[in-house]
Design a protein around this ligand. Structure first.
Ligand code: ADP
Ligand code: ZN
Length: 613
């Protein structure tokens, strides 16, 4: 145990080294910590995995009193407390999962000043007895985690967060630090206003996540493509697969299991017990794949998620970034993979058109979708485009995304676009009929389908004039025209219609540059083995063997203690130990992630595992 009196007098850097076992602060961490330790308010914007927790955990140890952490993530509080306990920090939580006796124990510890951190759900702060309890203790600071939950426009809105402005009124002298990974300027302003953080200093970290490789591929047979990705690049890795609907979550999870990949489903239609169990297993066991709707993920701080795959198009770049950000928190190479196709565009446009809400709301949804589509269709570096979107302009090509690794070819699609648009025009104006994309493509390809024969569409002047492109290529044309707003989908059936901008193409006032559809969507060049394979990629075979032995020891230890494996040690720490095996406890203590407490607790066991070899 780290003795509490020492902690009070320690400098922040010393706490970082001694307690957490890390060498140096990352980016803005140090500025934030110094500011809060000195009693200042802070609003922190950092991407997922950026290292937000230390920004309040270290001030909690340096300042007098107990840090009160407000978090909506009740299900994760136990793990957070376990992770802190593992490094010798005294933490507890109060929420609805505790029974009366457990609650009394935590309350007594708080009042006796025997806690460094106390986690609370926001609804707890609406309860008078809890407020009374807090008032009888000494508070070091308030940390408001997932602060974007105060935003009424976001999908994580929690009404109880609106209440939190009272913290400032009741405890005007206690510093507050609000943290979020949601980046937009509008959300940031809203957080500052609603939490009365008007004098807070804003700390905005770069949103770049260099260890994540971004890839967006055309959707052909999505489940097969996914399977290829998992088998070729991520065998044995933990990861998340996002699907839009509950049904496709179920089907995809079954498909993976049938193909020998351990996968679990997660969506709002499952009962709470199953959801909690699946989440628990994902966090605790090695190498599970979670197939989920976006209901899964906020606050999941499992550091070794090696891939995040999307089988359906996210509704916004914000959502995409937040979801993909759950990969690679430990800084090791990870993949963000998205399969995207014509049907996604049709479906999402349709959903927006038929959505409830006023025109302004629908426009807002459409603008978000457009930005997402622009990211999918860009021939630029994906990362540069993402960073640009979040206000970091001028990033160089990253060398770690599909467009950098395998630059897409573009082609002059003006004539193809004209052929397609005039087919839609003729159906609409000459026949007063509207059809989906497939039918227009059949007309261009000159196919005699039942529908074409039935309507006599072989008499249209565009019948059979598009045989220079294959069906998939035409679908690419339609998709890109939709993405650029040169074509629209309407109604319940997702039929094609012209837009005002279509006329410019038809009258040759505008040319259209299109991205070439790759022959094989899973490009061999981008697809070098990653994940479990990458974690040990540059290790010698002997060191890889050591790494596997350490992992097995970790799994057994975690199971014995009932905590997630990463609470014992992160992959990155085991990897470093395997690469340069320490010969003594003193040498082991210099490895990143090995602090005093873990050294005392696991040091001998690690040396014993190493000696076995
Ligand atoms: P966030 O809450 O911003 O998503 P976390 O606080 O969970 O991120 O930190 C992400 C990971 O980075 C954690 O595994 C954490 O232990 C590690 N980490 C944070 N700060 C440092 C640091 N200064 N040096 C090394 N590792 C760090
Ligand atoms: Zn790039």
């Amino acid at each position: 145990m780290v003795s509490p009196t020492d902690q009070r007098t320690d400098g922040a850097l010393d706490v970082l080294r001694r307690v957490f076992g890390y060498d140096a602060f990352r980016g803005v961490q140090q500025d934030i910590i110094e500011h809060v330790v000195a009693g200042g308010d802070a609003l922190v914007l950092m991407p997922t995995g950026g290292g937000k927790s230390l920004c309040y955990q270290i001030p909690a140890l340096v300042r007098d009193g107990v840090a009160v952490v407000v978090s909506p993530l009740i299900a994760l509080m136990q793990d957070q407390v376990d992770a802190l306990t593992a490094v010798g920090v005294r933490a507890g939580f109060l929420n609805s999962t505790l029974d009366a006796a457990q609650r009394r124990r935590v309350e007594a510890a708080y009042l006796a000043g025997e806690l460094d951190l106390l986690y609370l759900a926001p609804e707890g702060l609406a309860v008078r007895s809890t407020l009374g309890l807090l008032e009888r203790g000494r508070i070091a600071l308030f940390a408001i985690d997932e602060a974007h939950c105060v935003s009424q426009w976001g999908h994580d809105f929690r009404p109880d967060y609106l209440n939190l402005s009272m913290l400032h009124e009741r405890w005007p002298d206690v510093p507050r630090i609000a943290l979020t990974a949601t980046a937009t300027r509008a959300t940031r302003t809203e957080i500052a206003t609603r939490l009365q953080l008007t004098d807070a200093r804003h700390f905005v970290a770069s949103f770049d996540r260099p260890n994540i490789q971004y890839r967006i591929v055309p959707k052909r047979e999505p489940r097969r493509q996914l399977l290829g990705l998992l088998r070729d690049e991520h065998p044995g890795d933990a990861g998340i697969v996002y699907c839009l609907s509950r049904a496709s979550v179920e089907k995809t999870a079954e498909f993976l299991v049938a193909n020998g990949i351990p996968a679990l489903p997660y969506h709002a239609g499952l009962d709470a017990g199953t959801r909690a169990r699946n989440q628990q297993r994902f966090l605790r066991e090695d190498g599970l794949v979670m197939v989920a709707t976006i209901a899964f993920g906020m606050g999941i701080d499992k550091p070794d998620v090696r891939f995040v795959a999307h089988l359906d198009l996210p509704k916004s770049v914000e959502g995409y970034y937040q979801e993909t950000g759950r990969a690679g928190r430990d800084g090791l190479p990870s993949t963000a993979w998205l399969a995207y196709g014509l049907q996604d565009v049709v479906q999402q446009r349709k959903m927006i058109e038929t959505s409830e809400g006023d025109l302004a709301h629908r426009r807002n949804l459409a603008a978000h979708l457009d930005a997402m589509l622009a990211l999918c269709e860009t021939v630029r570096c994906r990362r540069a485009q993402l960073l640009d979107y979040f206000g970091e302009a001028g990033a160089a090509n990253c060398g770690n995304c599909d467009t950098c690794l395998d630059p897409p070819e573009s082609w002059d699609g003006t004539v193809a676009a004209q052929k397609l648009l005039s087919t839609v025009y003729r159906l609409d104006r000459e026949r007063n009929q509207r059809f989906g994309a497939g039918h227009s493509i059949d007309i261009l390809l000159g196919k005699h389908t039942d529908k074409i024969d039935q309507y006599g569409h072989d008499a249209l002047s565009t019948f059979g004039i598009g045989t220079e492109l294959r069906d998939v290529e035409w679908r690419g044309v339609v998709r890109q025209l939709l993405a650029e707003g040169l074509l629209a989908v309407e109604g319940d059936y997702g039929t094609l219609a012209l837009t005002e901008a279509s006329a410019d193409v038809l009258s040759r006032r505008r040319t259209v540059t299109l991205r070439k559809e790759p022959e094989r969507p899973l490009s061999g060049r981008a697809a070098k083995p990653r994940g479990a394979a990458t974690v040990v990629a540059d290790l010698t075979p002997a060191a890889t063997g050591v790494f596997e032995r350490l992992r097995a020891w970790r799994a057994a230890t975690a199971k014995e203690q009932g905590v997630p494996a990463y609470v014992i040690f992160h992959d990155a720490t085991l990897r470093q130990i395997a690469a340069e095996p320490p010969a003594s406890l003193a040498e082991l203590s210099r490895v990143s992630g090995v602090g005093e407490n873990k050294l005392a607790k696991y040091g001998e066991a690690i040396l014993a595992v190493l000696a076995e070899g």
